[in-house]
Structures are given as structure tokens and as C-alpha cells.
Design a protein around this ligand. Structure first.
Ligand code: TIU
Length: 231
């Protein structure tokens, strides 16, 4: 068992039955010109999570921990986009409309894909999800089941939307989830703070929270080491 200093108390996991879940690190959320900015947000707040998440990704790969990535988005014909989702907000550009990185949140478009720094490698499934939660209308549960995963280490964006929804769903499905505070990001500093508080409150009502340094130290990686050069 590996033990991580976490809140509200130590998080223990068996690396062989653990997955690193990288949620929605897509250009559409993290960079200007995408879906996130079209909703009126400052994307630089999300970019801060990419460096720490990259160190965790590389350390988990080196430790042999299974990695799964998710992407939020829709079919090109938008047949899986509900009006309940399409109509949210007062955005100048909506899902499916064309911005500088292609059609917003549409699969196959440049903006829909994962940022270069965190690009998946062979053996790391990418789960395309039409909703906020990663279990809704996806095969994520099947993939984790085949690998006999019991514990999740979670990085991603945004903290209070797709990360929260997914971690709540994971808890209901019986997974223990550790959320890494500096590897998740919100467009709203207040939501980042409160979102993390909510996970670990009430004795860890639906998860644990630690920073990436605590995880890296637990798996024997050096938190201070620079991330390896881009492939
Ligand atoms: N808007 C926002 O905060 N998030 C999303 O729309 N999706 C995800 O969190 N991935």
C-alpha cells in the first residue's frame, strides 16, 4: 500500500489497482479562443494546473500507474448535444460554432483535443464524454472494471464542474478518489477553494484532497524535478 498525506486523513492506495484520471485538459478550456473563454472566463487560471499535472502524469507513468484521459465534447452533427446544455449561458459563440480553434467542443476539432503538454500516449485510453461527469454516457466504468481499478488520483478542469461531477459519481460507484489541489483548476478562485473544501469536508464526504508534492513524495518521485522535455 502507498500512503499519501492528505485531507481529511491519509489516502492509501495500491498502485496496481489505481488509475490516474486526467479530466478534460482540452485546449477549449485551457487556452484563449475556446469554449471556456467564450463563456466569459479567464483561461489563464486553468493553465496553472498544467505544469503540476504534467509532473504527476510523468511520475504515474514511471510508477506503472494506469492513466485514463477524458475529453468533453460532441459529435460533429451535435446529435448528442441536449438543448439543456446548448442553451446554457449567454456566450457569443456556442457549442458547435466556429472559433479560432475550430468548432467549439466538437470531436476532431483542434480545440477539442488535449493540450500538447499532457498528450496521451499508447496504452492510455481517451474517453469522450458528452456531459460533465465522466461516467455519464461513456465506457469509463467498463474500462476501470477491466483493469480492476479501486482508487482514482484525479487531475483536471474545472474543479467545481467536471472534476466535482466525476468525483461524486466515482464515490457513488465505490471508488476512492484523491483530488490533487494544484492539478485541478477553476475559472473562479473562490470556487477552487470552496470546491476543494467540499470534497474533504464531513470526514471526506466524497473524496480526499492533497497537493501534487504529497503524491509525488508517496510514489518516490521528486516534486522539484523539471518535467521532461516535450516529445
Ligand atoms: N464551464 C466549466 O467550468 N466547465 C465545463 O464546462 N466543463 C468542464 O468542467 N470540463
Amino acid at each position: 500500500m502507498t500512503a499519501v498525506q492528505a485531507e481529511p486523513y491519509e489516502f492509501t492506495f495500491e498502485p496496481a489497482t489505481t488509475a490516474l484520471l486526467m479530466i478534460d485538459f482540452q485546449r477549449d478550456f485551457v487556452y484563449p479562443g475556446g469554449f471556456g473563454e467564450s463563456l466569459g472566463n479567464d483561461t489563464s487560471l486553468l493553465l496553472r494546473a498544467v505544469g503540476p499535472a504534467r509532473r504527476v502524469l510523468e511520475a504515474c507513468r514511471a510508477a506503472g500507474i494506469f492513466v485514463v484521459h477524458t475529453r468533453e465534447g460532441h459529435r460533429a452533427d451535435l446529435s448528442d448535444l441536449t438543448s439543456a446544455k446548448f442553451c446554457r449561458g449567454d456566450a457569443p459563440l456556442r457549442i458547435g460554432e466556429t472559433g479560432p480553434m475550430g468548432r467549439l467542443l466538437v470531436r476532431g476539432e483542434h480545440g477539442h483535443d488535449i493540450v500538447d503538454e499532457l498528450r496521451p500516449i499508447a496504452g492510455e485510453p481517451v474517453v469522450d464524454k458528452p456531459g460533465k461527469g465522466a461516467f455519464y454516457a461513456t465506457d469509463l466504468a467498463a474500462i476501470l472494471g477491466v483493469k480492476k481499478v479501486e482508487s482514482l488520483i484525479v487531475c483536471g478542469v474545472t474543479t467545481e464542474v467536471c472534476v466535482h461531477t466525476t468525483v461524486r459519481e466515482a464515490n457513488d460507484r465505490g471508488f476512492d478518489a484523491l483530488v490533487l489541489s494544484d492539478c485541478v483548476g477553476s475559472y473562479f478562485p473562490e470556487f477552487q477553494r470552496v470546491g476543494l473544501e467540499m470534497i474533504k469536508a464531513q470526514g471526506g464526504i466524497f473524496g480526499w484532497v492533497a497537493d501534487s508534492a504529497a503524491l509525488l513524495s508517496a510514489i518516490g518521485a521528486d516534486a522539484g524535478a523539471p518535467a521532461a522535455a516535450k516529445a
